[in-house]
Ligand binder design. Structure first.
Ligand code: ABU
Length: 379
């Protein structure tokens, strides 16, 4: 039973209030998932040619878990309570009455699945069949929070059908045959793999700024998913955003809040929605281009970009955790007035992302505030 916060276990409205309790994922048994309509890995140079699948190498898994455990220890050293999910056998095939999928994925990126808004923890729909059952890894924790906190709201978005209707036919085959310019043109039109047959979203496409939630349309989040979030959180303002990127997935290596009045943007991925800049300027927020990443490509067997450099975890308005090798990003954040805690994490990235991806907020001090009292019509 939690006594620390007067019996409240779940409370988090934004990305910067003082962090007291968080979930950090695990790398155990993570898979290069079997091909499915939403995602098809093609990593022949690392032993996973298109159409093949299997566990990530044990040696990589061990290093990733060492880095995840070390990150958890660093957070605990800062006085933050850390919980961990319970991995499943992700190599097993899974099925619903509509489809069978030859493997699952893993449970390292907790942020993809769990969206905490105030006293609510919401399980996202997800859009990959390999991730349909990932919520089970977090159920032991959510059940406990629900028992311990009489005011916690526990919600799960409608489980999607993920039939062929949810995906554009031959999307990836066509995508691979396109020039970069054609891919970008399609991205500008938000023409990615998902159809609008049903609401789909990943929690990591949501940027939490108090009363305002910025939701990225992406390869994992469709317009129906954003609409579902808008109706589910009627007391919030939901702003759909999208950025210039051929295959966007998750907002947290693109647009990252640091503290009231300050956010980082990825200079390679300008926002395609004019309202964003206007809203931030009107409310005296500064949007700063993040620093150059230390790497110029993904880690081997990683589906995440080098821009995990900006995928930081803010502990409070003065302290931030950043990947240890990202020296330019560290310098920039120090220059912006933060104490930076360097956390080695590059070896964990193939298992689902960066520091922010690997976590899900449970408790930050603070309440729901309006950081954007001057709104922009139609945005
Ligand atoms: N899950 C965040 C990954 C974003 C990126 O690869 O840029």
């Amino acid at each position: 039973m939690f006594a620390e916060h007067g019996g409240t276990v779940v409370n988090s409205w934004n990305e910067w209030d003082p962090l007291k309790h968080i979930i950090v994922g695990r790398a155990d048994d993570t898979m290069v998932q079997a091909p499915e309509p939403a995602v098809q890995r093609d990593w022949s140079e690392y032993g996973f040619a298109l159409g093949t699948y299997g566990r990530l190498p044990k040696q990589m898994e061990q290093k990733a878990n060492e880095q995840l455990d070390n990150f958890a220890m660093i957070l605990e050293g800062e006085g933050i309570r850390v919980d961990r999910p319970t991995p499943l056998d992700f190599s097993q095939p899974v099925q619903t009455p509509d489809w069978k999928q030859e493997s699952m994925f893993g449970c390292m990126p907790a942020r993809d699945l769990l969206l905490t808004v105030g006293n609510e923890m919401l399980e996202a729909t997800m859009s990959y069949r390999s991730r349909w059952f990932e919520y089970l890894c977090y159920r032991p924790l959510l059940e406990q929070y629900f028992k311990d906190d009489p005011n916690m709201r526990w919600a799960a978005a409608p489980k999607p059908r993920l039939t062929e209707r949810s995906y554009k036919k031959d999307y990836w085959k066509n995508f691979d045959n396109m020039s970069y310019e054609e891919q970008i043109e399609r991205a500008k039109a938000r023409d990615w793999v998902l159809t609008e047959a049903e609401p789909l979203f990943d929690a990591a496409d949501v940027g939490r700024f108090g009363k305002d939630l910025f939701v990225q349309a992406s390869t994992a989040t469709n317009a129906a998913g954003i609409d579902w979030l808008r109706r589910h959180f009627p007391d919030h303002r939901i702003h759909p955003v999208h950025f210039l990127e051929e295959s966007p997935v998750h907002i947290d290596a693109t647009f990252v809040p640091l503290r009231p009045g300050l956010a980082l943007i990825n200079p390679d991925r300008p926002c395609l929605v004019p309202g964003l800049k206007e809203l931030f300027e009107k409310n005296d927020w500064q949007i700063v281009d993040c620093a150059e990443p230390a790497h110029n490509k993904n880690a081997p067997l990683s589906f995440c970009s080098q821009w995990l450099s900006m995928n930081c975890v803010v502990l409070d308005t003065e302290t931030v955790c950043v990947e240890a090798g990202e020296t330019a990003q560290i310098k920039q954040l120090e220059h912006l007035g933060f104490d930076v805690i360097s956390v080695p994490f590059w070896d964990a990235s193939p298992f689902g992302g960066g520091l922010h991806c690997s976590t899900a907020d449970v408790y930050r001090e603070g309440t729901c505030k309006d950081y954007f009292p001057k709104q922009v019509e139609g945005f």
